[in-house]
Design a protein around this ligand. Structure first.
Ligand SMILES: *Cc1c(COP(=O)(O)O)cnc(C)c1O
Length: 372
């Protein structure tokens, strides 16, 4: 048993709120005093700031990461009869958004070392119906974009990035979200850039697609009460945009802190039977999660809890084995690497507010488990 009284939550958004209180509340109050809660000033300002951050011209704020994925595909005309290739090792939103667009998700496995979409498997999955490839920069680490670009070169197949875990991650000098036709982000509270509720955004360099999404998220109107498209209500909240604007000032610093903590984990746990996600040449990950793999995952998880360290599993059931995906008819064994991740992955606490003492305690807890 641990003799320590240190408690480490899996995420700690309240510590961050206390640090930001003085900046956040006035900006939120500004919205509430004006009583202008739908679109307007903060949403437009945030869209500009986030587009620039991503190295894109256009950004459209929407109500969630899931909606961002849906509208990105719809803007490309993807729908019934079309196939979209994505990776089995992802959060279910990626796959459900493809289904909601009316298209067919075609899943492929991830690579053994980077745990990102396997480009060779993508190549094998291509058919005349393939309309897009949807890589996921999972855990904040960029997928192998050069290999995917090579695959779509000269073909009318789009790359759409699920960058919901990769705000600020860099692939050979390019920001995640800026490399495909469109990039999709989530501002779910626990993400590297998180709102105080749901939120999302699509970034792109294409004004036509941005224009389409800007209309679709707001009942298909460009001008109030003039509905040109059969759109929907999928807007980014103005209060959430105010929160995000303040948090944008800190994002780079936070991502740097995450990388420093990741380095502490890597160094401290060297030689222990945990595997880390390996990174391609020239990438700068943002460590949305600190994922490790170990054959004794469930025992380690229970041990960590006894030592006061909350951990997570991302994700316990692979998407192709979810009931919502049974129509894909992909039995167990279809994607061995993704399935092994579901059995062996453990997420250690990872957020910029973690202090050295906490990180040391987490590492000490892992070591104690294997030294027992
Ligand atoms: C969080 C997440 C989403 C969905 O975002 P929501 O804002 O929760 O809808 C999509 N894809 C990935 C990889 C995610 O991690």
């Amino acid at each position: 048993m641990s003799t320590s009284s240190i408690q480490v939550p899996f995420v700690d958004l309240s510590t961050q709120f206390e640090l930001l209180r003085g900046e956040l509340l006035p900006r939120m109050e500004h919205v509430m005093k004006r009583a202008a809660f739908i679109l307007g000033e903060e949403v437009e300002e945030f869209e500009q700031v986030f587009a620039t951050f991503c190295g894109c011209v256009e950004c459209v704020g929407v109500s969630s990461g899931c909606d961002a994925l849906l509208w990105a595909m719809k803007s490309l005309g993807i729908g019934p009869g079309d196939e979209v290739i994505t990776v089995a090792n992802t959060y279910i939103a990626t796959v459900l958004a493809i289904k909601m667009a009316g298209a067919t998700p075609v899943l492929v496995d991830c690579l053994v070392d980077t745990w990102e979409i396997d480009p060779q498997a993508v190549e094998r999955a291509l058919t005349p119906c393939t309309k897009a490839i949807l890589p996921v920069h999972l855990y904040g680490q960029p997928a192998d974009m050069n290999a995917l670009r090579k695959i779509v070169q000269g073909k009318s197949i789009y790359l759409v990035e699920d960058a919901a875990q990769a705000h600020g991650a860099i692939y050979q000098g390019e920001k995640c979200g800026s490399m495909g036709a469109l990039g999709c982000f989530s501002f779910y509270p626990g993400k590297n850039l998180g709102a105080y509720g749901d939120g999302g955004a699509v970034v792109t360099k294409n004004a036509e697609w941005a224009d389409y999404i800007r209309m679709m998220r707001n009942y298909g109107q460009r001008k109030k009460y003039h509905h040109e498209l059969a759109g929907w209500n999928s807007r980014l909240d103005t209060l959430q945009a105010a929160v995000l604007l303040i948090k944008m000032r800190h994002l780079d610093k936070w991502n740097t802190a995450r990388r420093r903590i990741a380095q502490q984990y890597h160094e401290s746990l060297k030689g222990y039977p945990v595997r880390f996600q390996s990174a391609d040449e020239g990438v700068v990950p943002v460590y949305h999660l600190m994922a490790v793999m170990t054959a004794r995952r469930d025992d380690l998880l229970a041990h960590m809890n006894r030592w006061g360290v909350q951990c997570g599993i991302h994700y316990p059931i692979p998407v192709h084995l979810q009931k919502a995906c049974e129509d894909l008819a992909l039995p167990e064994g279809s994607f061995p690497v993704s399935e092994e991740l579901a059995r062996q992955e453990l997420s250690l606490p990872m957020y910029p507010e973690l202090n050295d003492q906490q990180v040391a305690h987490i590492c000490q807890s892992v070591k104690a488990f294997f030294e027992d």
